[in-house]
Design a protein around this ligand. Structure first.
Ligand SMILES: C[S@@+](CC[C@H](N)C(=O)[O-])C[C@H]1O[C@@H](n2cnc3c(N)ncnc32)[C@H](O)[C@@H]1O
Length: 439
């Protein structure tokens, strides 16, 4: 495995088995009369899908005796942004057409468009949309494009990868009962930046099939892409989705066995995987089940930031959070040492010290020491920050506490009273509080 993403334009080319499978998925088969089927490849690359589309259309024209050239010009749209890749696409499209028809061709000029798919205004809608959209991480998208995409695409949320927008624009371009099938990363199925796309699909489209093939190598080079083939149709939801996870290196597409699961009804698709995994008795990883694993706070100056009850020097109560240390968990017993950690943060940024005069004078007394810490030297104006940001909500989450090397035989349960110190690991699960209840 070499790279996580494609190059500048997210280019990673698809192998032929996948192309065949995807075209079959959307029903673009040479056994059918394809003369009126409008098909779009929004990120054509050098033509992995394009060539197969043209071959199938040609075979269909022979079988059903219609004009191949006319059907091609009217119904096939191939888009590619990158100029060099586009010229290769155009050449291979014309070469292929010539070899099929035995006639000189420059039809590429009528079916290949060198443009940004995401900024293109289409005048037509499509029966089928297929492809392998570019993977471009959020931070690699230019600021100018981000601004443009944000105003145009409602799924461009959080740190969305570019492929999310390819889904949205393509879904918008589907005719009624049209169908789309893309191979791309499966990350959007349950991460934060996929929320908008999941919402859109659950509310307006039918998630027909998911084939999760994250362990296989469906591209023409080794990349780490966690691929999944998603097939989505623009028809009233039929309420079920076919799901399969195939972990073979080489997928045998003719023998993939799908299972029927309930079509997700909102943006939370976690159950989709849970339902599948439960049916297959596979134990999900702890994080996949929605748990979070964390480690307590490191301050960089415990003597200053951690105070016992008797040493609080009048510091404002709202700035103090009860802290549990691993030394409180000894000999299988929990004896809280009555320590507190000073929280210098408010709403995720350092607080305005003028609001807390006692805290301010205490910190200023210790400014010299605090400023010498590595973490403060990196950003001197933040001289009173702790190494880890303090997130007050962690105190109130029920959590399992896992002390590091303290010789305990037991795990400890904190029902939501303390903030863990840095030598304590904790496991929590925000949306299923009761799973930790000791009552
Ligand atoms: C992952 S590659 C896939 C190429 C081809 N579909 C295949 O499967 O072999 C994505 C392609 O999208 C192109 N691309 C990137 N951004 C684009 C955009 N905004 N509009 C159209 N094409 C784009 C890239 O240049 C690249 O060739």
């Amino acid at each position: 495995m070499k790279r996580k993403n494609g190059r500048k334009h997210g280019e990673v080319f698809t192998n032929r088995n996948i192309v065949q499978y995807i075209l079959d998925e959307v029903g673009y088969s040479s056994a059918l009369d394809l003369r009126n089927i409008k098909i779009l490849e929004p990120a054509s690359g050098k033509g992995a899908f394009a060539k197969e589309i043209i071959k199938r259309l040609f075979q269909s024209s022979v079988r059903y005796e219609f004009s191949f050239n006319k059907a091609l010009i009217e119904n096939v749209h191939l888009i590619e942004l990158d100029l060099i890749t586009f010229s290769k696409l155009a050449v291979s499209v014309d070469n292929l057409i010539e070899s099929l028809t035995n006639e000189k061709s420059n039809l590429s000029s009528q079916i290949c468009f060198q443009t940004d798919f995401l900024n293109f205004n289409f005048k037509t809608k499509f029966d089928c949309i297929v492809g392998n959209p570019p993977y471009i991480r959020h931070e690699l998208i230019s600021e100018e494009n981000k601004r443009a995409y944000r105003s145009k695409y409602k799924t461009f949320k959080y740190r969305a990868d570019l492929y999310i927008l390819f889904f949205e624009q393509s879904l918008n371009l589907l005719k009624e009962n049209g169908i789309l099938s893309f191979i791309c990363s499966n990350r959007w199925l349950n991460n934060q930046y996929g929320t908008g796309l999941r919402e859109l699909i659950s509310s307006k489209y039918n998630l027909v099939k998911l084939l999760n093939i994250e362990k296989s190598s469906p591209f023409d080079e080794d990349v780490i892409a966690y691929p999944c083939i998603s097939t989505i149709s623009n028809e009233t939801s039929v309420g079920t989705t076919l799901f399969c996870e195939d972990n073979s290196k080489e997928i045998d597409f003719d023998n993939v066995v799908f299972n029927q699961i309930n079509m997700p009804k909102n943006s939370s698709w976690q159950n989709l995987f849970l339902e599948y995994d439960i049916n297959h008795s596979a134990l999900l990883g702890i994080v996949e089940q929605g748990f979070e694993i964390g480690i307590g706070v490191a301050t960089g100056a415990d003597k200053i930031f951690i105070k016992s009850k008797s040493e609080m020097n009048g510091i404002e109560k709202s700035r103090l959070i009860p802290l549990v240390k691993s030394s409180d968990l000894k000999n299988n017993k929990f004896n809280w040492g009555e320590n507190f950690v000073i929280n210098p943060y408010e709403n995720e940024t350092l607080c305005n010290l003028d609001k807390y005069p006692h805290l301010k004078s205490y910190l200023i007394e210790n400014k010299e020491l605090l400023s010498k810490r590595h973490t403060a030297r990196k950003s001197p104006d933040k001289w009173f920050k702790t190494i880890d940001k303090i997130k007050p909500e962690i105190q109130f989450k029920p959590k399992l506490l896992l002390p590091d090397l303290t010789g305990n035989k037991l795990l400890f349960i904190d029902e939501g009273n303390y903030y863990p110190h840095h030598n304590l690991y904790y496991i929590t699960r925000s949306y299923l509080k009761n799973s930790f209840s000791t009552k």
